[in-house]
Design a protein around this ligand. Structure first.
Ligand code: HEM
Length: 259
């Protein structure tokens, strides 16, 4: 009997364990979360510019609202076109929220540990991340309420219609909280995206981080001031228009009557 036959089958314990192949799904989901966050962040910049058109004039806000209803292409308004846009944004928002849930501290212990870590480290970016979690949680509810309203009543967007909702329907406290939540959440989100994916990276990481932080706070301050000024304008128009609640705004050049 030759020496080779003497070899025994290695026992289970001696066999090399198969190395589990690392799933790429967590990285893919992170990328999807970043991309959906980027899309929503850029959407909000456009959204705030459209909403703040009330600061230019009531006619400007009326024209932008009608534009999204196809008025200047079709010759008449088709409000459900806005519902289609809202449905796309709502789907993106829901996907982003579902992807972000993976990062939430999932238990009291995890939350407690994170809080202790936060207080021990006093690291600005970690604190900013915690604010992003808190504002994201608030947006689950506040933005869903707003998106639901826009989805079901796209025909009630305009200088008087929006002002009636903000003032007479008492939506202004919701908008006030939501404005701070979305600007803090979006600002921190875009800042973390730029850091994570190396956008605008310079030769010195510390300088890049400092510049990105400055850009983040400047943009957040700009959109907060713009949002607060717009909200104040809608509230003022809503107060004046309260006796005519529900009346649609029609620009002077369509009726020949000054508004
Ligand atoms: C396509 C989807 C959306 C549409 C059509 C839309 C439309 C509007 C309109 C017309 C207003 C003016 C007030 C009113 O009419 O009630 C408004 C205000 C506001 N929206 Fe949206 N919105 C959309 C999505 C969002 C999302 C996703 C967020 C946040 C996550 C958001 C946050 C706000 C805030 C904070 C205000 C108050 C702005 C201010 O300070 O005056 N909106 N939106």
């Amino acid at each position: 009997m030759s020496s080779t036959t003497a070899q025994t089958t290695p026992s289970r314990a001696d066999r090399p364990r198969p190395v589990p192949s690392r799933s790429r799904w967590p990285a893919r989901l992170d990328l999807l979360q970043s991309l959906s966050g980027l899309a929503l962040g850029l959407f909000m910049w456009g959204h705030m510019l459209f909403v703040s058109s009330i600061l230019v004039s009531r006619d400007a806000m009326w024209a932008i609202s009608r534009f999204f209803e196809g008025y200047f292409f079709l010759g008449h308004s088709v409000p459900w076109l806005v519902s289609v846009i809202v449905a796309v944004v709502f789907t993106l928002f829901a996907c982003h929220a579902a992807l972000a849930l993976r990062k939430f501290p999932a238990s009291y212990t995890a939350h407690r540990t994170f809080r202790d870590h936060l207080h021990a480290m006093r690291h600005e970016d970690t604190t900013l991340w915690y604010w992003q979690v808190l504002t994201g949680f608030a947006l689950f509810f506040l933005a869903s309420l707003h998106l639901g309203t826009m989805l079901l009543r796209p025909d009630r967007i305009g200088p008087f219609e929006s002002a009636d909702r903000v003032w007479s329907d008492s939506m202004w406290p919701i908008y006030l909280v939501m404005l701070f939540a979305v600007e803090i959440h979006g600002g921190v989100g875009l800042y973390r995206l730029a850091l994570k994916w190396g956008f605008l990276e310079g030769a010195h990481p510390a300088t890049t981080r400092r510049r990105l932080r400055l850009a983040k706070w400047t943009l957040t301050a700009f959109f907060l001031v713009l949002g607060l000024a717009s909200l104040a304008a809608y509230m003022r128009i809503g107060m004046q228009h309260a006796p005519h609640y529900g009346e649609n705004y029609v620009p002077a050049w369509l009726t020949g009557v000054a508004r």
